[in-house]
Unconditional design. Structure first.
Length: 388
């Protein structure tokens, strides 16, 4: 399993002493597409809030393809690697029934990945370390109608995972292969840190980016301004998150997601589960959302998406993520985990059908992936555009 002892995304139910952060005000700061990342602690000159014409689209918009990555290393996964690869192949085949899927794989593993995934999936030789394409593939934006990719300088979640050299270079490699312009930013982060409604609103957990492992010396105000520049958003909603209890420092895509402009889905612990840092994080997020408004000043409707009964799920392990909120929206379909608690699985599927009408809701068993602290959204990354 992943090397970091707290695991990639823990859902431990024992209460831990992680700090929930105090929320402050936003300010403006710099960004330049051509700049190299700023030195730690540097304070660049002021810059405007956003790049005119730049837009970070919502996941429910049209995709040209889905990127995924073939888990490469026994050094990361140990004896879980075969199960995890089987999950990744199953997920790729499922998504491939609705849109093009590109599986990135180490050159020496291309043939094995192709056999596992089948002919409906295109396997492309690019050096990778792990399966978390959401975090390692660039975050795509439109800039006056032109597709670009923001390279968020992947660092192995702040160097928590030692084996990440290939994944650090992956954003630039993907953009180079597909001839897409690279946008540089001084922010170190991961795609799972960012959730948008496609209309200028961004949701972020403070713990995952205002973080000395990733962005030493940078204030939240400075990072917010740089995110506005890089992604073209105009409003950032911050949640406290949880520090140092999992390798991601609590990405937003396992906490709260947009279902539509003005509508958010919020992860909720199974009723009666003991209070812990994760349930307190969800409660803090709900409190923020109670008074938050989107980029157009409209309040947000909050819909709960409850977790399954931990005693009824088929997956096990301290790092197991039993959350439906890490779903993936593809062309004409939505993919969410199937955990084995049939009542909770059915309830989650119905909630998502209600909020994504016209899409087929497809449950996928991913116990291997979830045991490593992630989910379906963590394992996929959408490229906007017209289907091929």
């Amino acid at each position: 399993m992943p090397e970091f002892p707290l695991s990639r995304r823990s859902v431990l139910r024992a209460a831990a002493g992680a700090s929930l952060l105090t929320l402050g005000a936003a300010a403006c700061a710099p960004f330049d597409d051509e700049e190299e990342p700023a030195a730690p602690g540097a304070t660049p000159p002021p810059a405007p809030d956003a790049v005119p014409g730049r837009r970070f689209g919502a996941e429910w918009e049209s995709h040209a393809r889905t990127f995924m990555a073939w888990p490469a290393s026994t050094g990361i996964w140990g004896d879980q690697l075969p199960e995890v690869r089987a999950d990744i192949a199953r997920l790729a085949q499922a998504v491939g029934g609705f849109e093009a899927v590109v599986m990135l794989a180490r050159p020496g593993q291309v043939d094995a990945a192709q056999r596992a995934c089948g002919s409906a999936v295109e396997v492309v030789p690019l050096a990778v370390d792990d399966l978390w394409a959401r975090d390692t593939v660039p975050v795509f934006v439109e800039d006056s109608g032109v597709l670009k990719g923001v390279d968020f300088n992947f660092s192995g979640w702040g160097n928590k995972q030692k084996e990440h050299g290939n994944d650090t270079a992956l954003a630039a490699a993907v953009l180079g292969r597909y001839g897409i312009e690279r946008v540089r930013t001084p922010v170190v982060g991961e795609g799972g840190s960012f959730e948008t409604d496609g209309q200028g609103t961004l949701m972020v957990t403070e713990s995952s980016v205002v973080n000395e492992r990733r962005n030493p010396g940078k204030s939240r105000d400075l990072i917010e301004a740089e995110l506005k520049q890089a992604l073209g958003v105009t409003k950032v909603i911050w949640f406290a998150g949880v520090r140092d209890q999992d390798i991601t420092d609590a990405h937003v895509d396992c906490l709260v997601r947009f279902a539509a402009p003005g509508v958010v889905l919020l992860d909720q612990p199974f009723p009666g589960a003991p209070a812990d840092v994760w349930s307190r994080s969800a409660a803090q997020a709900r409190e923020v959302l109670r008074t938050a408004t989107d980029a157009h000043g409209k309040p947000l409707q909050v819909i709960e998406l409850p977790q399954p009964d931990p005693d009824r799920i088929t997956g096990r392990g301290d790092a197991f993520v039993s959350s439906y909120i890490n779903f993936y929206v593809a062309n004409k379909a939505l993919f969410l985990p199937e955990f084995g608690d049939s009542r909770a699985d059915d309830r989650a599927q119905q909630i998502l059908r209600d909020h994504f009408p016209g899409r087929e809701v497809v449950p996928v068993k991913i116990d291997g992936i979830a045991s490593g602290g992630g989910g379906i959204h963590c394992s996929t990354h959408d490229q906007p555009g017209k289907p091929g």
